[in-house]
Write a protein that binds this ligand. Structure first.
Ligand code: DHB
Length: 380
């Protein structure tokens, strides 16, 4: 996303990826785009397939105690979300980069960053049988939670905030037509479940499991049985079933690194922050960072004004903490924590009843879900 925005503004960049192209295109991850992320793709000239294949959703359902309550995003906020796989987003950006001919190297190894405090920070890496050194103006660390960039910042300059959750999500993709037009988030006595989709032929489903869950203990029948129990509602809504072709366990974590900049190294996306997946904020937060960073770099190169680079971290973190709060809140409302007394379960049910029954409650959920405003324009 950053490479594309820079390229459209005549600024050179080199993109380094240690995985293979097939790996990043096929790795199934989240799938809900806020309007701001859609706008970024469209403005970057990579919105064609998104327009054709993305599924616009005007709301979601919250299910509890056998009941299903609707949150009407469009009616409450005037905005919608678009269901489109994160790996499809990646695929579209890779195609755009390859057709423009700007450098994008896959399967690099031995990558390191050096002299990040200097005016000429360096990236060293191995690619195509040779060692390389890139001398840069700036390095964008978009290399995820386990990447090397965050750890290049001296720990004395970084404050880390972290929260662990005592559960994970077991996620599947199945060849089955979605049986609801919109997502269903469910709190059940046996734990959380989520109904989602990827296309008119593919259903995406998640259920709360333990963080060290062994997928081998989850044959397809057990998964369907558990999902049915957690998702069934008394209005007769039932899941469509079909062959499961992908299974995985998603860990849950809240994490923030502050500041998101050290010297001429800027962190963006999961390298700087992780949200638990409830509410689908991860990819959208990364895209918002990129919008702010691209605008700051363009302002620096075109106008000679570095003010936005100076305030990058502060600008991003103000909105990130609000998304952290929302993701934590959705997670807390919709999962069984295992240790809680009946009091807490009934409190969660009361919260769901309130949030789906009050105009103020529904509006608060809706405006956070569709994405809080991003103050920065898309620089194209
Ligand atoms: C999906 C993932 C999420 O984390 C979420 O909150 C909603 C949908 C998905 O993969 O479809």
């Amino acid at each position: 996303m950053l490479g594309r925005l820079l390229e459209l503004n005549g600024i050179d960049s080199v993109i380094l990826e240690n995985r293979s192209k097939d790996y990043v295109i096929e790795r199934v991850r989240a799938g809900v785009l806020e309007q701001g992320t859609v706008d970024l793709m469209v403005a970057s000239g990579v919105g064609d397939r998104l327009h054709r294949e993305g599924l616009r959703h005007d709301g979601v359902w919250l299910a509890f105690k056998g009941d299903r309550r609707h949150i009407d995003f469009r009616g409450l906020t005037g905005q919608s979300i678009v269901v489109y796989g994160q790996n499809e987003v990646v695929k579209d950006y890779i195609a755009a980069r390859e057709s423009s001919g700007h450098p994008l190297h896959f399967e690099i190894s031995n990558v390191s960053v050096d002299q990040i405090e200097s005016a000429t920070p360096k990236v060293r890496y191995h690619h195509d049988g040779a060692d390389h050194e890139l001398v840069c103006d700036y390095i964008a660390g978009c290399d995820g939670f386990h990447g090397i960039c965050r750890s290049a910042i001296p720990t004395t300059h970084l404050h880390l905030y972290e929260k662990a959750y005592p559960f994970a999500w077991l996620g599947i993709l199945a060849t089955a037509a979605p049986s609801s037009e919109e997502l269903v988030y469910a709190l059940h006595e046996r734990g959380f479940a989520l109904f989602s989709m990827r296309s008119p032929q593919v259903t995406r489903l998640y259920l709360q499991c333990s963080p060290d869950e062994d997928i081998a203990h989850w044959p397809d029948d057990r998964i369907w049985h558990e999902l049915e129990r957690r998702l069934q509602t008394s209005d007769g809504w039932r899941l469509n079933q079909g062959p499961i072709f992908q299974k995985g366990v998603t860990p849950m974590r809240s994490f923030v690194a502050d500041p998101m900049r050290y010297g001429n190294l800027f962190l963006a996306g999961d390298a700087a922050h992780i949200v638990p997946p409830t509410g689908a904020k991860g990819l959208n937060l990364a895209a918002a960072d990129i919008r702010v960073l691209a605008h700051a770099l363009v302002t620096h190169y075109k106008l000679g004004n570095s003010g936005e680079l100076e305030s990058y971290s502060e600008t991003c973190l103000r909105r990130i903490w609000k998304a952290q709060r929302f993701s934590w809140w959705m997670t807390s409302m919709l999962h069984r924590f295992g240790t809680e007394a009946d009091f807490d379960y009934h409190r969660q049910l009361a919260e769901l009843d309130y949030v789906t029954g009050s105009q103020a409650g529904m509006t608060s959920l809706a405006e956070n879900y569709v994405g809080l405003p991003i103050d920065t324009d898309i620089p194209v």
